[in-house]
Design a protein around this ligand. Structure first.
Ligand SMILES: Cc1ncc(COP(=O)(O)O)c(C=O)c1O
Length: 356
């Protein structure tokens, strides 16, 4: 149904890491990348697959100065029969369009993007790692390419997809993490760009992440930008609480990124008849509930970890410990169920996976 995508294959394929090689995250890239360009009046043109290589941009290119860009993150999973699964990929490109609209970047066709992504993965299929828990991380991104200064939307853009074989997130099993509640800086504000996946949100979070690391914590819990009270996200994950056996997650309010794993957890909970509530939850309310021993589990949700249990939360002088610092029952169920569907070990009753 689509025109064939031109493929310029590398004449120098890199040596792929042997099974058992630690891959880390985002260090290694496959032999090819996908590219298409946008020009006003012509739309998205010249979709193509090229050898992975540095790109050359004029120093005045808009993206360097004004940050007009968006990105996405998803994974491909090697299944036991050797095939390759994608997990709800259309949602990533639909979310990319939400980000595009906020950043005044022209929309893409999500179905065409999934088609191009599958073509690219087929070209580099031998790069999809086979060790348990490993995956091929997929990074689609768009940036403004007009070469001039002046704050105005670019008239030209580049869309690219690069692929990175990645190691298991939990090579030694799931371990709950310690989180530091950021009381000084905020990640996003109402009317800002919090719901968009745009680089500036991540640049502005670096200082908090550095402070959290210096204090011996792994990640930051973000509070809302107006009251500095309502819980938003944990690092680059959405966050869930189990309060009196009910699942609670902050409602999407415009400053939270609408995570695809978040949506998956909510849909699974509904299918499992686990009560779930999306609402505003204040940090002082959480502290009080924790003191009353009513919070049995806290976990983050995101593509990288799928589920990341929180063992300890530090808010000013208050230190909250959840489930004795152990992974909770629901966290384990969601982790096991979602990863089993992704790796094709569990029947996919929801139709969430697609073969490459
Ligand atoms: C700020 C932020 N929140 C939440 C998420 C989780 O989203 P997803 O489940 O789609 O990976 C991400 C990761 O993309 C993120 O960057």
């Amino acid at each position: 149904m689509y025109q064939p995508i031109p493929i310029n294959r590398t004449i120098k394929p890199a040596v792929k890491p042997a099974p058992g090689t630690p891959l880390g995250f985002g260090q290694l890239f496959t032999d090819h990348m996908f590219i298409m360009d946008y020009t006003e009046g012509r739309g998205w043109i010249n979709p193509r697959i090229e050898p992975y290589a540095p790109i050359c941009l004029d120093p005045s290119t808009i993206v360097f100065h004004y940050g007009q860009a968006v990105f996405e993150g998803l994974k491909a999973y090697r299944t036991a029969d050797g095939s390759i699964n994608l997990f709800r990929p259309i949602l990533n490109f639909e979310r990319m369009n939400t980000s595009n609209a906020r950043m005044v970047i022209p929309p893409v066709d999500p179905a065409f993007c999934v088609h191009c992504l599958k073509e690219l993965i087929r070209v580099d299929q031998d790069w999809v790692p086979t060790d348990p828990g490993t995956s091929l991380y997929i990074r689609p991104f768009i940036f403004a390419t007009d070469a001039h200064l002046g704050v105005s939307p670019s008239q030209t853009y580049r869309f690219m997809i690069i692929l990175s074989p990645s190691g298991a997130y939990y090579p030694e099993g799931i371990k709950p993490v310690n989180i530091y509640v950021e009381a000084e800086y905020v990640r996003a504000v109402k009317g800002g760009t919090g719901y968009a996946k745009t680089p500036g949100n991540y640049a502005s979070s670096l200082i908090s992440q550095a402070n959290a690391h210096a204090a011996g914590y792994v990640q930051v819990l973000w509070l809302d930008g107006v009251h500095r009270r309502y819980i938003e996200e944990v690092g680059s994950m959405n966050v869930f609480f189990v309060i009196d056996d009910q699942l609670v997650t902050p409602a999407l309010n415009g400053s939270i990124l609408p995570g695809i794993t978040r949506r998956t957890v909510i849909e699974l909970a509904e299918a499992m008849n686990i009560p779930i509530e999306e609402r505003a939850i204040a940090i002082d309310e959480l502290a009080e509930l924790a003191r009353a021993d009513r919070v049995s589990e806290v976990f983050g949700s995101g593509t990288a970890a799928i589920i990341s249990p929180v063992g300890k939360l530090k808010y000013n002088d208050d230190v909250m410990i959840f489930n004795d610092g152990q992974i909770g029952k629901l966290s384990q169920i969601f982790y096991d169920t979602i990863t089993a569907i992704q790796y094709g070990q569990h029947p996919d009753a929801f139709g969430w996976t697609e073969k490459v």
